[in-house]
Unconditional design. Structure first.
Length: 292
């Protein structure tokens, strides 16, 4: 049975063959752009969507997808132009306003993005993806309580939404609502135990909690969280770095040493990795590793 990535690769290959055979066929070019988008090949998606837009200049869905591709490829200016062109053709397009908001966030304009997301939500008030993105823009604009409200709204409709859980945790951290942040991060780890991002957020919050209150129990739990990160991704710089740091704080330098060495291997110029490795080597000389 084929895996998801193999199926996506086959879809891209099939779309490429079709588009190459029919360079003047709007549908073939649009389908190729869509196949690239679904495969997260954002830069590659731009050319076929541009070609499709030339073949059918009044296609709002094509311009919206072109805006998505540009945004995800990092070109906010081109993404904004595509979204505004789509809105000039259909001023009532909720999707185009969402694309415009995403493009403006990419350009570093959270206030403009907030306005665009509000326009989208006036037309589609229950679009939870837009509520989430609005929360991100509000956070970037410094409106933390409003940002938290948006993420909590998403979670009322979609309690297992990983992006909203993690972002709500981060906003709670900024608001110094540390218990609430922990609850969000723990919930994210329960919802998706394979998420390195969720375990990293939980581990980092526990590490900071331990430092603030000098609580060994928090350090122990942070070790468990960062162990999950390293098991899921052995090449995670932050996972190895923070696991080593947590073990050092528990006075287990010999156990910390292999993770400090791996973090330094992965990021040889990182000052934190260099310092962790120095401490682990100095403190572990002549000691035996602890286990358990």
């Amino acid at each position: 049975m084929e895996g998801k990535s193999q199926l996506q690769d086959r879809n891209v290959a099939a779309a490429l063959i079709k588009a190459a055979a029919s360079p003047a066929d709007f549908g073939a070019q649009f389908d190729l752009g869509l196949a690239y988008l679904l495969n997260e090949m954002f830069e590659e998606a731009i050319e076929p969507f541009e070609r499709a837009s030339e073949l059918r200049p009044n296609s709002v869905p094509t311009l919206n997808n072109l805006s998505v591709a540009y945004t995800r490829a990092g070109d906010g200016a081109a993404a904004e132009l595509a979204a505004r062109t789509a809105l000039s053709m259909d001023p009532d397009s909720a999707g185009s306003y969402q694309c415009l908001g995403n493009a403006l966030r990419r350009r570093g304009d959270p206030h403009g993005a907030i306005d665009a997301y509000h326009e989208c939500l006036r037309r589609q008030p229950h679009d939870m993806d837009t509520h989430h993105n609005l929360g991100l823009a509000l956070e970037e604009a410094g409106r933390l309580r409003d940002a938290l409200h948006e993420q909590e709204l998403v979670l009322r409709w979609r309690p297992r939404d990983m992006l909203a859980l993690i972002q709500a945790g981060k906003v709670n951290e900024k608001l110094s609502e540390f218990d609430a942040a922990l609850r969000m991060f723990r919930r994210a780890c329960e919802v998706d135990p394979t998420s390195t991002r969720a375990w990293e957020c939980l581990g980092w919050r526990l590490l900071k909690l331990g430092r603030q209150g000098q609580s060994p129990a928090s350090y122990e739990e942070s070790v468990t969280a960062f162990q999950h990160v390293v098991e899921l991704d052995p090449d995670s710089v932050m996972g190895n770095l923070n696991l080593g740091a947590a073990l050092l704080l528990l006075n287990r330098p010999a156990d910390a040493l292999p993770y400090a060495e791996r973090a330094h291997q992965l990021a040889p110029n990182s000052e934190d990795a260099i310092e962790n490795l120095r401490l682990a080597r100095e403190c572990s000389s002549g000691s035996e590793p602890e286990t358990g």
